[in-house]
Design a protein around this ligand. Structure first.
Ligand code: AMP
Length: 237
């Protein structure tokens, strides 16, 4: 089986994190862990946890760190993620969450933190046309890639709808939160040498190729470094 991967995907709302995370999860055969999808599913199921998260989601505000961190920790400790890796989408979103992630997964074990870069005008156009499958979370765009049958998911047959938080007010609040709380993570991960800022424009295939190319580049650099450090070990007498 192909090698797994440990990847964090950062980027503003509408940068295409969800679309790319689904593709990367298939490519590397690792779970796609989306905190947004987890919360939306809990809200749909009407669980206690969903009732707790709903007001934050509806307003476009961040769910408090202690709740989010607990959910992600539990998911990352499951066998599939612990053994093969994961694609983290929408987490971390604050420095507190990044610190908590650093305690669950040693930062040097992350393959890359991808920062999908996009300008705000393009985001606003994308979000207005964004639709999502209620059941499996597949993203569509009414302009660029609508489902084959209107309102029905190509992948699972679920209902394709507009997200409740893709309203003008909630979008503005989410972009504000991004600037204040999530943007600092870009320099945080850059300092750790893990960041790859890549343009989020072009077709989904083009963006995936960029990310995969960067991950493989990193792996080949690591192999060269490891081989060099093995070669430089003193040879026993
Ligand atoms: P997303 O689908 O990633 O845009 O997330 C949708 C909503 O879920 C956000 O606007 C927040 O209310 C909540 N959410 C998702 N991930 C996080 C997180 N890491 N920290 C806090 N809130 C989150």
């Amino acid at each position: 089986m192909a090698r797994g991967a440990r990847v964090v995907v950062l980027g503003k709302q509408g940068a295409g994190k969800g679309t790319q995370a689904v593709r990367l999860s298939r490519h590397y055969v690792v779970p796609h862990i989306s905190t947004g999808d987890t919360f939306r599913a809990a809200v749909r199921q009407g669980s206690e946890f969903g009732r707790l998260a709903k007001p934050y989601l509806d307003a476009g505000d961040l769910v408090p760190d202690d709740i989010v961190i607990g959910v992600v920790r539990e998911r990352l400790e499951r066998r599939d993620a612990a053994q093969r890796g994961f694609i983290l989408d929408g987490f971390p979103r604050t420095v507190g969450q990044a610190e908590a992630l650093g305690e669950i997964v040693i930062p040097s074990e992350l393959d890359v933190v991808v920062n999908l870069d996009i300008d705000t005008d393009t985001i606003l156009i994308r979000l207005a046309g964004r639709r999502v499958c209620e059941d499996c979370g597949t993203n569509y765009s009414v302009i660029e890639n609508p489902p084959r049958v209107r309102g029905i998911c190509d992948v699972c047959g679920g209902e394709v709808v507009q997200r409740g938080d893709d309203t003008e007010d909630a979008i503005r609040r989410r972009l504000d939160h991004y600037e204040r709380e999530t943007a600092p993570l870009v320099s945080w991960y850059a300092r750790q040498g893990l960041l790859a800022t890549l343009p989020a424009i072009g077709t989904p295939d083009e963006v995936t190729d960029r990310i995969v190319g960067r991950i493989h580049q990193r792996w080949s650099t690591q192999e060269v470094t490891t081989a060099a450090s093995v070669e430089s070990q003193p040879v026993p007498d």
